[in-house]
Ligand binder design. Sequence first.
Ligand SMILES: C[S@@+](CC[C@H](N)C(=O)[O-])C[C@H]1O[C@@H](n2cnc3c(N)ncnc32)[C@H](O)[C@@H]1O
Length: 376
Amino acid sequence: MELEHSVLDRYSEGADEVQPDLCCPVDYDASLLKLLPQEIIDKDYGCGDPSRYVKEGDIVLDLGAGSGKICYMAAQLVGDNGKVIGIDMNDDMLALARKYQTEMAEKLGGDKVTFVKGLIQDLTVDLDAVDAQLKQAPISDAESLIRQQQWQQKQSNENPLIANNSVDLVVSNCVLNLVEDSDKTKMIEEIFRVTKPGGRVAISDIVSDEFVPQHLKDDSTLWSGCISGALQEQEMLDAFVKAGFVAVAYDKWEGEPWQVVEDIEFRSVTITATKPKADPCLDVGHAVIYRGPYSEVYDDEGHVYPRGQRIATCARSFELMTQGVYRDDFIGITPKILQEAKTWCAPAGTLRPAVETKGGIHTGSSESCSDETDCC
Ligand SMILES: C[S@@+](CC[C@H](N)C(=O)[O-])C[C@H]1O[C@@H](n2cnc3c(N)ncnc32)[C@H](O)[C@@H]1O
């Protein structure tokens, strides 16, 4: 709680006046900065540029939007059908981001950006609605506290701030490290919950090369300065895999650390990942071949792909390997005759001989998938 207060205070100061200690040099796409008010460019406390991953039509959620810089950059890329939601817990930062909303809507040709108040570790709670409710029914005793908690629970269940499976791309710029360690797992589970099946994340943040000792975590200046709350570099990727994301990767990695404290290097990185589609494993006879150059690779669902071998895949995995994030690494083999769709598991590494795909003969196991974790 103390750390959370230090984060609130530090970013209220940052909304008021530029804080040079919080600025990490970033090579933004200059063409997207042209439309932005100078104050938003100046009060930049990011460490990367996740706007580079925005596609036309995306619904984008920016966690810890601050002055709204990434939101207003993303809004130039989402086109007429996309939109951008920025979330932040700090009233002063929200006021700064919202100050330019009308001006930016005019420049963008439409009000594509919304800023909401919330905590990124619980994206169900609308803190603007909580403020309004507390004005109307202040907490003065245990009974009013219980009523408030019940109201909040109902709101979260029935009207979550960010709905399940509603976002194409979750971005964030230097914020995950500011969330208390006890809330970090919940935060990444929340990112998974709100991402659409097939949706993506692109998160710029700070990671450490070694685990950060407790005395550095307890230092509120280091914590609120985006340093000692950093996840260790392996821990960061593992947390996204554990939440259910696939194709989890470091897309950007700054070789030069941003800060070094007690010999621990803190550097800026950008992580990308995909939420798998929820389709069942339907095998109709597809195969994929891993192109190389490594002798074999594993994906985040435990499948192994030895170089050059035809590996049986279900239709869902086939789409991910040939049209999704892995498309440059795999060759897709569609069977000449599509088999009758069966829900079944080809154990990881099952070969699909060429004769099957050519002649449409299906010799794989027809056993039903009994354990979801074994499914392809
Ligand atoms: C380092 S600044 C980054 C701001 C912005 N992303 C940028 O690129 O300039 C961190 C921002 O995250 C917000 N923040 C920190 N912890 C948060 C939390 N748990 N929930 C919501 N916002 C949070 C802060 O209020 C602040 O605006």
